[in-house]
Design a protein. Structure first.
Length: 128
């Protein structure tokens, strides 16, 4: 992912870790038995409810949602011609768009989230 040049590429593994933590953070997901109270923030509760609907039909919804967010991040990286130093800005945009998708009542599954993020799940790499 990214366009290959050292100056304009991003560290894929670090980006993936950031996306997973971002999703857990925006939904205020906590590890069971961690002693941390679940957040009562209305937006986080709404996003968790959306995510719960997704889990009803797809047990790997978190993985799929993470992949959709990575695809969005990559497209945003290419679209903005970002450099390594612009990674925080691209992550911020990814966070805003993922949050918006998870707050939407139209998001019933990962495919709907992908549509909201303008991610084409069926694009063939290299095909225009």
């Amino acid at each position: 992912m990214g366009n290959g040049s050292v100056e304009t590429s991003y560290p894929f593994a670090c980006a993936a870790i950031n996306v997973v933590f971002m999703l857990a953070d925006i939904m205020k997901l906590k590890r069971p038995g961690s002693g941390e109270a679940r957040s009562n923030e209305p937006e986080a509760a709404l996003m968790r409810a959306t995510f719960a609907r997704m889990l009803e039909t797809d047990s790997k919804a978190f993985l799929d949602l993470s992949c959709v967010c990575m695809m969005f991040l990559d497209a945003e990286w290419v679209r903005t011609k970002a450099t390594y130093m612009m990674f925080p800005s691209v992550m911020k945009t990814t966070r805003e768009r993922a949050s918006s998708a998870l707050r939407s009542s139209a998001t019933k599954n990962t495919a709907a989230a992908a549509r909201m993020l303008a991610v084409d799940l069926y694009a063939v790499v290299g095909e225009e």
